[in-house]
Design a binder for this molecule. Structure first.
Ligand SMILES: NC(=O)c1ccc[n+]([C@@H]2O[C@H](COP(=O)([O-])OP(=O)(O)OC[C@H]3O[C@@H](n4cnc5c(N)ncnc54)[C@H](OP(=O)(O)O)[C@@H]3O)[C@@H](O)[C@H]2O)c1
Length: 254
C-alpha cells in the first residue's frame, strides 16, 4: 500500500471517531451495568471479552512481526508495551472478572472486534512496515517524547490496573451486585480505570509520535469519556448517598 493511502485511511478513521462522538455520548454502551436485551442476541460476558479483545493482540502482533520494514529497536519497545497491555486485557483480565451469569450483546462484541481490528492493523502496519531507522534512530530512546510517553504509559497502566483490581474485588466470588467504590482514585472520580486507560494510550501516542497511535487514543477517548459519564450518572441516580464532590473521569475537572 502507498504510504499516502495509508495515512489517508488513518485520517478517515480519526474523522469517523470525531463524527461518532456525539452519538456515543447519547447512547449508553449496553454492557456491564448498562447491558440490554434490546440489542439482540447475548453471549457470555467473559467469552465476549476474550473474543472482542483478541484481534488487538493477534492482528497487531501479526502486522508488526511480518511487516516488511526495518524493525528498528525502538519499535520493538513500542511493540512490547502494546502486547504487554493486551496480554492482560485479553488473556488475564476476563478470567479475573466476577461476572458469573452475566451476558453482553453480540452486537457489542462485533463492534469491538471491528474497532480492535482497525486499530491493531494500522498500528501494527505502521510500526512493522512504515517505521524506519530515520524516524526512530537509537538516539530516540533519549528523546523527550519517548521519555514522557513512557512515563505517561506506565502511570496510566498502573492507574488502570489498580482501579480494575479495586472494582473486581468489590464483589465476593459469585456476587454480581454493585457498591460505591471508595479506595484509590475512586475518592476523586467515578471511573479511574477509564481515566488510566486514556492516560496510558495518550502516552503511547506521545512516545510513538505517529498518526495511527493518535487515532487509537482519540478512539479510546471517544469510547471511554461517554462511558465514564454514563457510569457517573448511574452512580448518582442509584445511590442517593453518592459523594457529591466526586467527578466522573478527570479529577477536579470533569
Ligand atoms: N481502549 C478502549 O477503548 C476501551 C474500551 C472499553 C473498555 N476498556 C477497558 O476495559 C476495562 C473494563 O471496562 P468497562 O467499561 O467494562 O469497566 P467497568 O464498567 O468499570 O467494569 C469493570 C468491572 O468491574 C465491575 N464493576 C464496576 N463497577 C462496579 C461496582 N460499583 N460494584 C461492583 N462491581 C463493579 C464490572 O461488573 P459488571 O460488568 O457486572 O458491570 C466489571 O466486571 C477498563 O480497564 C477499560 O479501561 C478500554
Amino acid at each position: 500500500m502507498k504510504e499516502s493511502t495509508f495515512y489517508l485511511l488513518v485520517y478517515l478513521w480519526i474523522a469517523v471517531a470525531l463524527v461518532s462522538f456525539p452519538f456515543i455520548l447519547k447512547i449508553e454502551a449496553p454492557y456491564g451495568r448498562h447491558a440490554s436485551k434490546r440489542w439482540g442476541a447475548m453471549i457470555d460476558n467473559r467469552i465476549g471479552w476474550i473474543i472482542m479483545e483478541l484481534p488487538a493482540l493477534i492482528v497487531f502482533a501479526g502486522f508488526y512481526i511480518f511487516g516488511t520494514g526495518a524493525h528498528p529497536p525502538v519499535t520493538w519497545v513500542f511493540f512490547g508495551f502494546w502486547v504487554f497491555h493486551y496480554i492482560n486485557r485479553t488473556l488475564i483480565f476476563p478470567f479475573r472478572l466476577r461476572t458469573k451469569g452475566k451476558k453482553m450483546p453480540l452486537a457489542i462484541v462485533l463492534m469491538a472486534i471491528f474497532f480492535n481490528l482497525v486499530n491493531g492493523s494500522i498500528n501494527g502496519y505502521f510500526l512493522g512496515t512504515i517505521a524506519n531507522e530515520a524516524r526512530y534512530p537509537l538516539s530516540y530512546f533519549g528523546d523527550p517524547r519517548f521519555i514522557a510517553g513512557v512515563v505517561f504509559f506506565i502511570s496510566g497502566l498502573a492507574i488502570n490496573w489498580n482501579s480494575d483490581f479495586i472494582l473486581i474485588h468489590l464483589r465476593k466470588p459469585g456476587e454480581s451486585g454493585y457498591v460505591i467504590p471508595q479506595k484509590g482514585l475512586f475518592k476523586y472520580i467515578s471511573c479511574p480505570n477509564h481515566f488510566g486507560e486514556i492516560v496510558e494510550w495518550s502516552g503511547f501516542a506521545l512516545m510513538t509520535w505517529c498518526s495511527p497511535a493518535v487515532a487509537f487514543t482519540i478512539w479510546t477517548m471517544v469510547n471511554l469519556l461517554p462511558r465514564a459519564l454514563h457510569h457517573h450518572k448511574w452512580y448518582q441516580t442509584t445511590f442517593p448517598e453518592y459523594p457529591p464532590e466526586r467527578k466522573a473521569v478527570i479529577p477536579f475537572i470533569l
